[in-house]
Design a protein around this ligand. Structure first.
Ligand code: SF4
Length: 350
């Protein structure tokens, strides 16, 4: 199996993916790409949350030309999402797209694919080919059913079209909203090809269920050692996708960014408002990008032990509490002093 250490390295603008490079966090704008101001503002918000690659739809010439103006004002690679049109793909590349997302099978024949591949090659731009279980070709479904094998065969077909043009600067995705099907497809693909994998559960929906679905799917793949770029697809504005992607990467032990709060579930021993304290700590530290683990525990009996893995933390008592560092109690104080003391300690760690 080609795990992420063994995939080929692809450069998307300044971001290298594959070959053991850090799993890159990706998202997609939902503004009208022709509205340059709105698109730039959204991308800057995504950047601030840790988005490393962003995709935007290119559905007409105006979108392709907007790419050049958008690129001047953002700091992360911009990917052009193209359907059916070689002309738009080439225009996007000429206007600074750092990657193309398209399926060569939809571009309209070998001549057009050759032109797109030549333009991408000339600009050092990779192409992501992707299969979506929801839109598998009828012939493939007839031969293999709605299966992981059908998805992999379909992706291999798209790859072969590009390889025929001598183009191998490729990233692959195999999206499905059905988590077991999606996992099976990626695992099968990784046995056959060393191209970097863009992972995620597509059309996951919104709310907690979408987050859980994405975490189960992407988390399982990441723990298998698969996945070179990650997008969490959530219905609505894209900004929460980035937060979710980082949470999944962190929980999978793949990458860390920002403050991870470890708070106890509370029990009969709890004498302080752990939930409120944890929320206040989260609120006060959400701007921090340095990886830190901060514990908020309900009691001094088990708290320090349970918080051992944290860089710093607090544990409550009855009207009093303690500041913990490296699993050791370093100071006892009144309950109302806990939060400021913890935040001051976090400051010293930054
Ligand atoms: S840290 Fe203390 S209060 Fe929190 S769950 Fe554990 S034993 Fe209960």
């Amino acid at each position: 199996m080609y795990t992420r250490e063994h995939t080929s390295v692809v450069h998307i603008g300044k971001v290298a993916v594959g070959g053991g490079n850090p799993v890159a966090v990706q998202s997609m704008t939902n503004t009208d790409t022709r509205d340059v101001d709105a698109t730039v503002e959204q991308i800057l918000r995504l950047e601030a949350r840790g988005c490393e690659i962003v995709r935007a739809s290119v559905y007409d010439e105006e979108c392709a030309h907007a790419f050049a103006r958008i690129k001047e004002r953002i700091h992360i690679p911009l990917v052009a999402d193209i359907h059916f049109s070689d002309k738009l793909a080439i225009a996007a590349v000429e206007n600074g797209a750092d990657k193309l997302r398209l399926n060569p099978g939809n571009i309209g024949g070998e001549d057009k694919v050759r032109k797109v591949a030549d333009a991408a090659r000339a600009h050092g731009v990779p192409i992501r080919v992707g299969v979506n279980a929801g839109s598998l070709e009828a012939a493939m479904q007839a031969a293999h059913g709605h299966t992981a094998q059908a998805m992999v065969n379909s992706a291999m077909g798209e790859i072969a079209i590009l390889e025929k043009q001598g183009f191998d600067n490729i990233v692959v995705s195999l999206k499905a909203s059905n988590v077991p099907l999606c996992l099976e497809a990626y695992r099968l693909m990784a046995q056959h090809c060393a191209y970097p994998l863009h992972i995620g559960i597509t059309e996951a929906g919104g709310g907690d269920n979408a987050l859980i679905k994405s975490a189960v799917g992407a988390g399982a793949l990441l723990l298998d050692g698969l996945g070179d770029t990650l997008r969490v697809s959530l219905t609505g504005a894209p900004e929460p996708e980035v937060d979710a992607a980082w949470s999944i990467l962190r929980a999978s032990g793949v990458r860390r960014r920002g403050v991870e709060i470890i708070s106890c579930p509370t029990c009969g021993r709890t004498r302080i408002n752990v939930a409120a304290l944890a929320a206040q700590v989260e609120q006060a530290t959400c701007h921090i990008t340095k990886p830190l683990k901060v514990a908020v525990m309900g009691c001094v009996v088990n708290g320090p032990g349970e918080a051992k893995e944290a860089d710093v933390g607090i544990a409550g008592g009855d009207g009093r509490g303690v500041l913990i560092k490296g699993g050791e109690v370093v100071r006892t104080m009144a309950e109302e002093e806990l939060l400021p003391a913890l935040l001051a300690e976090i400051d010293t760690l930054l």
